[in-house]
Design a protein around this ligand. Structure first.
Ligand code: PMP
Length: 360
């Protein structure tokens, strides 16, 4: 029996996608072999890859002047590559820190550039987005980097900051495709697939093409976005199975109604959980400023840590798994990406109410 899986990533996938992958596993459309056994340059996989890109462009309304790359290495590798590709040696880059992953991003670029933390909510425990007026921007920075949704701290930007002529680069790993986004406001968007786009092992990078002309820093061809764009993400062997699975997941999202439909579902799902937490009289608590609460990751604490273990055990027994919070924060975290059905969140909210009745 499949449980409702609230894992932060790798995360739950639509059951229909898993079933389709199961059906396709042994033999691909008369090719005599699995899609995972065929050359990435063969006609079968080339068609799968092209269709996944076309569907993703449709799902996210990606403008024509943006390249879409499908790369290995995870989001963390992209965090390093953005400095190598878009900033000159020693040039200043601005980072707005709103959680753990913004700190990771800055760590990855330190060897290559001069980092300026334009704003940070770390002193307040990453519970809010620093007010726009407090950001100390560098006028000629190579780029400004934000984390659209902080997966561990549960902090999400409610709107896109205006960075003027300085390109905005955003880590959308845990919120891509969760609502309509105006891609043209960004220079670069990157996202590991393992939350909203499919299985871990492939990362989507969406780059405004003029940025590919930047000199950046001395780097090997395999670290060069321009070369990847020219080589259609096949400079080396791409993660073909993951690319195929991403394509299935994107098709599923389109069939369900696209990002507008998911925005409605995600608003309802997150509202239900935050309401349950806020109306528990302190039995549960979420400490994030309501204006910055994530629609994707809902971290919460029980009023008594002695209840953490029974909560997790009883939840698992009720078919609700992977609710343990990240070790950096403790407590609980419910990740409710696009593939988490509303029924799963309703079951969690009902369980939380019931648990409180029995232990409150
Ligand atoms: N950024 C964000 C927002 C994330 O949630 C994660 C992974 N949880 C990462 C970056 C790192 O991704 P990866 O493990 O794919 O390198």
């Amino acid at each position: 029996m499949r449980a409702y899986n609230f894992s932060a990533g790798p995360a739950t996938l639509p059951e229909s996608v898993l079933r389709q992958a199961q059906d396709d596993m042994l033999e691909w459309h008369g090719a005599g072999a699995s899609i995972v056994e065929l050359s990435h340059r063969g006609p079968e996989f080339m068609a799968v890859a092209a269709e996944a890109e076309a569907d993703l462009r449709q799902l996210l309304s990606i403008p024509y002047d943006y390249a879409v790359l499908f790369l290995g290495g995870g989001a963390t590798t992209q965090q390093a590559l953005i400095a190598l590709n878009f900033a000159a040696p020693g040039q200043v880059v601005d980072y707005v820190l709103t959680g753990h992953w913004g700190k990771t991003a800055i760590k990855q670029v330190k060897p290559y550039v001069t980092t300026n933390v334009a704003a940070s909510s770390e002193d307040d425990g990453f519970r809010a987005i620093p007010t726009r007026g407090s950001w100390k921007m560098t006028p000629d920075a190579a780029y400004v980097h934000i984390t659209a949704n902080e997966t561990i701290h549960g902090v999400e930007f409610a709107d896109i900051p205006d960075t003027g002529s300085v390109p905005l680069i955003a880590d959308f790993s845990s919120s891509i495709a969760s609502e309509p986004v105006d891609i043209s406001r960004f220079g670069v968007i990157y996202a590991g697939a393992q939350k909203n786009l499919g299985p871990v092992g492939i990362t989507v990078v969406i780059i405004r093409r003029d940025l590919l002309e930047r000199a950046g820093q001395p780097r090997a061809e395999i670290l060069d976005y321009r070369a990847h764009a020219k080589g259609e993400s096949m400079l080396n062997t791409p993660p073909t199975w993951n690319w195929y699975m991403l394509g299935l997941t994107v098709k599923w999202m389109l069939a369900e109604g696209g990002v507008t439909e998911f925005a409605h579902r995600n608003a309802r799902k997150s509202r239900l959980l935050y309401t349950r937490i806020d109306e528990s009289g302190g039995f549960y608590r979420n400490e994030v400023d309501p204006s910055a609460r994530s629609r994707m990751n809902v971290p919460f604490f029980l009023h008594d840590t002695a209840l953490d273990k029974p909560f997790l055990q009883e939840a698992a027994a009720a078919g609700l798994i992977s609710l343990k919070g990240h070790r950096a924060l403790g407590g609980m975290r419910a990740s409710i990406y696009n593939a988490m059905p509303e029924a799963g969140v309703e079951a969690l909210a009902a369980f939380m109410h019931d648990f409180q009745q029995r232990h409150g």
